[in-house]
Design a binder for this molecule. Structure first.
Ligand code: CA
Length: 233
């Protein structure tokens, strides 16, 4: 397991490196955002420990750029923040970080967090169940769905469990056409008794929450005579 540490305070960077190397992880260390992006591309670490306040590109910017890189496996990102307002920024903005840790932290706590992140990735055979499209991020583990904004940040979508499962199903296979029966199997399984049109009701509710104009949907499209499909270009 490879870990990239991005921290401009040299002593903290060293402490993190020693702590994690003692646990058997391979570490790469960068002290600014630009070199972090380069090292990320060449080494493709499993986890990134990313300080929020960095010279030049800050942690939020680095995080956003990493999440936008196509074709590279998505790393787990643990954001480091100082106390105070920074924490609100990290939580409030839904930065794309998977977890955060407030300074000062103990080495034990750091190791525990990293292990927790890796456990999550191992549970899915190394694949984290996070789906990203240009406008949405759906994290199945965390049961969270976010809308990506043009500013590079994102905002949480307030979905019911059923709406969430519907969106996750759609986004797991963009452009696939789903019949109502297939969606019922996926969402209710054998517990379903009733009318297929219940799917339409839930699709309408989901559209109200994710479509700019629910009457003219651009994401969840009706396929006449068949069912629905999800697109996000
Ligand atoms: Ca810093």
């Amino acid at each position: 397991m490879d870990i990239l540490i991005v921290e401009d305070e040299l002593e903290i960077a060293k402490l993190i490196q020693l702590t994690l190397e003692r646990e058997g992880f391979t570490c790469y260390v960068c002290h600014d955002g630009l070199s972090a992006l380069q090292t990320f591309s060449t080494q493709q670490p499993d986890v990134i420990i990313l300080d929020l306040m960095l010279p030049g590109l800050d942690g939020l910017e680095v995080c956003a750029r990493i999440r936008q890189k196509p074709g590279i496996k998505d790393p787990y990102i643990l954001m480091l923040t100082a106390r105070g307002e920074e924490i609100d920024r990290v939580i409030g903005l839904s930065t794309g970080a998977d977890d955060y840790l407030v300074k000062p932290f103990s080495p034990t706590e750091l190791v525990a967090r990293v292990r927790a992140l890796l456990r999550r990735s191992l549970r899915h055979g190394g694949q984290s169940l996070i789906y990203r499209t240009p406008h949405f991020i759906v994290d199945v583990d965390r049961h969270s769905a976010n809308r990506q904004l043009d500013s590079g940040t994102s905002e949480p979508l307030d979905l019911t469990t059923l709406e969430f499962n519907l969106l996750a199903t759609f986004i797991s296979q963009p452009n696939r056409v789903w019949s109502r029966t297939q969606l019922i199997d996926k969402l209710w399984g054998d517990d379903f008794f009733g009318d297929e049109r219940v799917v339409d009701t839930h699709v309408a509710r989901l559209r109200k929450k994710i479509e700019p104009d629910p009457a003219n949907p651009i994401f969840v499209k009706t396929v006449i005579g068949v069912g629905y499909k999800f697109e996000d270009r």
